[in-house]
Write a protein that binds this ligand. Structure first.
Ligand SMILES: [Zn+2]
Ligand SMILES: [Zn+2]
Length: 125
């Protein structure tokens, strides 16, 4: 019985993460999950997200205002846009940075996160 419930919770969490087109916070995932499965609790959400990060299914990164966000690991490199009005985070495809020019000689760049802040199209209109 307990086992079955665990599997069910895990399924709900996976479904939310894999169907989302934008990064989600634990709060986002927990509140969406509770709409589907009222018994879902934060500890389970947290545990499953960690498991999915370890399994290479999700990546985790920190936003200065929203805190830790999760998104699918298999997405091509992109940047993020944070809307200060609706507090949604959007994916911006592609990368306009020329890293070589911005890095002092001898430094080895292994990755970067870029956050743009402002107001999204829906909120601006
Ligand atoms: Zn917005
Ligand atoms: Zn980039």
């Amino acid at each position: 019985m307990k086992k079955q419930r665990t599997t069910q919770q895990r399924k709900v969490i996976e479904e939310i993460c894999f169907s989302s087109t934008c990064p989600l916070s634990i709060d986002d995932i927990e509140s969406r999950g509770k709409e589907i499965l009222a018994t879902l609790n934060r500890v389970t959400v947290y545990r499953n997200l960690n498991r999915m990060v370890d399994a290479g299914e999700l990546t985790r990164f920190s936003h200065p205002e929203k805190g830790t966000l999760y998104e699918q690991a298999n997405r091509p490199h992109h940047h993020h846009f944070f809307c200060k009005t609706c507090e949604a985070t959007f994916e911006l495809p592609g990368c306009g940075l020329s890293l070589k020019k911005q890095t002092p000689a001898g430094f080895i760049v292994e990755g970067h996160e870029v956050f743009l802040n402002g107001v999204c199209a829906a909120c601006a209109s």
